[in-house]
Design a protein around this ligand. Structure first.
Ligand SMILES: CC(C)(COP(=O)(O)OP(=O)(O)OC[C@H]1O[C@@H](n2cnc3c(N)ncnc32)[C@H](O)[C@@H]1OP(=O)(O)O)[C@@H](O)C(=O)NCCC(=O)NCCS
Length: 144
């Protein structure tokens, strides 16, 4: 049974581990991880399997514009392809409660791109050399 529930600062070590495994090139520094788990206005959700931290998503809400940004999503490799990212995405969208959800993804990340397209996101723009290693980003958007 996968449990989808809010994350907190108690999940810092698990989140750090997940980030290192899932984002080998550009995982977030410790301060950003503390920020994402503590700043009000950020929706943070984890996936657990038998008490083990197996996935995470964060969404930053801009209330004035009724817009949300998915800032990170990741699932432990051994738990991928079971629909966990999709569950995290749906829960985050629902808790953000906004009209528009946006996110960026590496042009080469075909798995994540499929996830977003299968969940109603469409490609809006290309941001050239957006990532630290020079890769382009695709800006995706969804109207909720
Ligand atoms: C991108 C990522 C979050 C997807 O996580 P995931 O949990 O594997 O995603 P899902 O399981 O919801 O969907 C993945 C695939 O599994 C399939 N799937 C869903 N439920 C399934 C099930 N019960 N049985 C078998 N396959 C299933 C989906 O149809 C999808 O197939 P597709 O890739 O052919 O379209 C994950 O690969 C990851 O953490 N990558 C590294 C970090 C990253 O790149 N994050 C995105 C940054 S923008």
């Amino acid at each position: 049974m996968i449990l989808i529930e809010p994350a907190s600062l108690k999940d810092l070590n698990d989140l750090r581990n997940l980030e290192k495994i899932c984002f080998p090139v550009d995982n977030w520094p410790l301060l950003d991880l503390i920020g994402v788990l503590t700043i009000p206005g950020i929706v943070k959700i984890k996936a657990e399997f038998s008490g083990k931290f197996v996935g995470f998503i964060a969404g930053s809400v801009k209330q004035k514009e009724k817009t949300g940004w998915i800032t990170t999503i990741a699932v432990m490799p051994e738990f991928q392809n079971q629909g966990i990212a999709q569950q995290l995405l749906k829960e985050c969208e629902s808790r953000m409660n906004v009209y528009i959800v946006k996110l960026t993804v590496r042009k080469s990340n075909s798995k994540a791109i499929r996830l977003y397209e299968n969940n109603g996101y469409f490609q809006k723009e290309i941001w050239n050399s957006y990532y630290i290693d020079g890769e382009d980003a695709i800006l995706f958007q969804k109207m909720c």
